[in-house]
Design a protein around this ligand. Structure first.
Ligand code: 1Q0
Length: 212
């Protein structure tokens, strides 16, 4: 089955991408960061059209940053560190209102990565019969929901109800049995946490964590 093959590939690709994000100088590489998100979006699309309002927003943000990576300034956007340095030094980051700077756009993905980290940990340590929808809404409410208006929180809550049980969800990952999927999550999570931590520290250092 072709579709199944594509899914398998994309999920491994997600994890491989996040493991390739951090450079030897502890910088976060933008290309694998975006590749990781693209894989997540593909996985999300497999879960049904009820999630498309979420994947559309993620795609828009991925494309904004990808456009910088394809522009004349592409070298400045090689790592999150060089992006922050370049955009701040050139007055490209609007601190007062919404803009399409790389910094504010990546911040939205960064906040979502915090949710992902908690969600995957919840999934990994959950019981066989746990509800994915409960793990998802608990971790969402503890993280991303704080940045979303009521209407988005409501829509997200409705979408979460469409998630399958934990074991079915783990099997949807197509990396083998539920146990094998759990093992893979355990291997991958430290890399995702590291990417999150480095970005969080960088943004805190430059006081960018509240960008509108
Ligand atoms: C598995 C179920 C997935 C549930 C995803 C949870 C996140 C809910 C987020 C709802 C946000 C929806 C729409 C738009 C929001 C924007 O207003 C907001 C702020 O942006 P802005 O420009 O208005 O300031 N945008 C965001 O907060 C970005 C949200 C991006 C969410 C991307 C989620 C990608 C999900 C991937 C699926 C994960 C599957 C995990 C299993 C994979 C294992 C390796």
């Amino acid at each position: 089955n072709m579709a199944e093959g594509a899914e398998t590939f994309s999920l491994r690709e997600v994890l491989v991408a996040f493991t390739a994000c951090v450079s030897e100088q502890r910088e976060v590489r933008v290309d694998p960061y975006l590749a990781g998100w693209k894989g997540l979006v593909r996985f999300l699309n497999c879960l049904g059209t009820i999630f498309s309002f979420i994947s559309k927003d993620a795609v828009t943000k991925i494309e904004i940053i990808e456009n910088y990576r394809n522009s004349d300034q592409r070298e400045k956007y090689l790592t999150v560190q060089s992006m922050v340095e370049y955009e701040l030094a050139n007055g490209l980051v609007d601190l007062q209102k919404r803009s399409d700077s790389g910094c504010r756009t990546l911040l939205r993905l960064h906040r979502a990565l915090h949710w992902l980290q908690m969600f995957l940990e919840g999934l990994r340590t959950g019981k066989d019969n746990s509800k994915t929808s409960v793990i998802c809404s608990e971790t969402y409410n503890a993280s991303l929901a704080n940045y979303h208006p009521w209407i988005i929180r409501k829509a997200a809550g409705v979408a979460f109800c469409a998630l399958p049980t934990r074991n079915t969800f783990l099997e949807t990952m197509n990396v083998g049995t539920a146990e094998e999927a759990v093992a893979m999550l355990g291997d991958a999570l430290p890399y995702i946490c590291e990417v999150y931590k480095i970005t969080e520290e960088l943004y805190a250092q430059h006081k960018l964590l509240d960008l509108p």
